[in-house]
Design a protein around this ligand. Structure first.
Ligand code: SF4
Length: 366
């Protein structure tokens, strides 16, 4: 199928070859470690073989950019507990279904008869609530700054409609505290950041400035086509070599410097910052979002408090290390053996944007 104008241009070999040559020339033999924190970048890098085009001295690590992957077992256990109650309908994005919790998964509970439904947006969950009087609907609200505004809009709409049986189990997260934790953790030396295009559409560029100013780490917002990613890598490598640290936007056809201010306002109206737990990073101050008190009637945790057993992880799964960029999926003893996309042991093998799933699908060996 012929690709539309403005997209095919970003895949053309004559541009990618020129960029690869420019990267090699700029980098020389200096070892450079870059990180990306977006599941879509993870997949694009392996799908287009960008990792194989770069000189061996340039390493690109995948950080905690897959929202399903960073969601801790405790959240899944809590959702499963609700799903086992009479009159409760759990509504979720499809990626969450197969994520293993401590003792079960949503897909397993659905097989046992729980009413668990897949949607593409929070507004669909609101429609399910409208059609389900006498039942309680809980939408599993996960994701970064990209999805939080859409959930905020659904919550405001629920308030307007007085939809009292609509609730969210809120696990939204914001990226900057996770980036700070990785840099301050000191386990790896991130010299440049490929910033996530989707998150940046909402937030704009300002959220990355602390990395450049406080830690001297250059940041480049990138799109998802090969030319986008290679341009970002070239600019980052050039900045690392010259000792320059600033935030640049290589995705200006989509991302504005100030982001989407209406979406930011929506988030601020409905959510407030809270501490949040990340798989692999632990509990980070003010890295999550929770409903403001005026929207408390839609907060599943508040309206239907439940107690769950202490969460537990598979002892051999190294998802936490993979999400911090300190280990590769191929270092996991379960990778491609016990753990595959059909039989996932950890979250990073479930989501199509997970690092383990990308390694598996695109046969990455190192
Ligand atoms: S291969 Fe499976 S078990 Fe190993 S880290 Fe990835 S998700 Fe966890």
């Amino acid at each position: 199928m012929r690709q539309g104008k403005y997209l095919s241009e970003f895949k053309q070999k004559r541009y990618t070859s020129t960029l690869v040559r420019a990267i090699k020339q700029a980098a020389g033999s200096m070892p450079i470690t870059l990180m990306e924190v977006c599941g879509t970048h993870t997949v694009a890098i392996y799908r287009y073989g960008i990792n194989t085009l770069l000189p061996p001295s340039i390493e690109i690590l995948a950080g905690p950019g897959c929202p399903v992957c960073v969601t801790p077992n405790e959240f899944i256990d809590r959702a499963i507990t609700y799903s086992q109650k009479e009159r409760f309908i759990i509504v979720t994005f499809g990626d969450m279904m197969k994520v293993p919790g401590s003792r079960s998964s949503l897909v397993r509970e659905k097989g046992r008869g729980a009413d668990i439904r897949i949607v593409y947006s929070a507004l669909e969950a609101l429609d399910i609530a409208a059609a389900s009087s006498g039942q309680e609907v809980i939408f599993l609200a996960i994701g970064f700054e990209t999805t939080a505004p859409t959930v905020a809009a659904a919550v405001q709409e629920a308030k307007k409609r007085h939809q009292g049986n609509f609730h969210i189990l809120c696990e939204h997260k914001v990226l900057p505290p996770a980036l700070r934790a990785i840099v301050e953790g000191g386990e790896l030396r991130m010299q440049g950041l490929i910033c996530p295009g989707h998150v940046s559409v909402v937030t704009g560029l300002r959220i990355y400035e602390f990395l450049a100013h406080d830690y001297g780490i250059p940041c480049v917002v990138a799109g998802f086509e090969p030319v986008d990613i290679l341009k970002a890598i070239h600019l980052l490598v050039s900045m690392v070599i010259s000792g320059e640290a600033r935030v640049a936007n290589e995705y200006s056809r989509v991302v504005l410097t100030e982001g989407n201010q209406r979406a930011q306002q929506l988030m601020q109206e409905v959510f407030e910052p809270c501490d949040a737990t990340w798989r692999g990073l632990g509990t980070l101050p003010l890295s999550g979002l929770r409903l403001r008190p005026e929207y408390g009637e839609f907060d599943a945790n508040r309206v239907f408090p439940v107690t769950i057993d202490p969460p537990r992880e598979h002892p051999q799964c190294i998802c936490g290390d993979v999400l911090r960029g300190t280990k590769r999926p191929t270092e996991c003893p379960l990778f491609r053996g016990e753990c595959t996309p059909e039989t996932p042991v950890g979250a990073c093998m479930v989501s199509s944007e997970g690092n383990c799933a990308a390694y598996y699908k695109y046969r990455v060996d190192k």
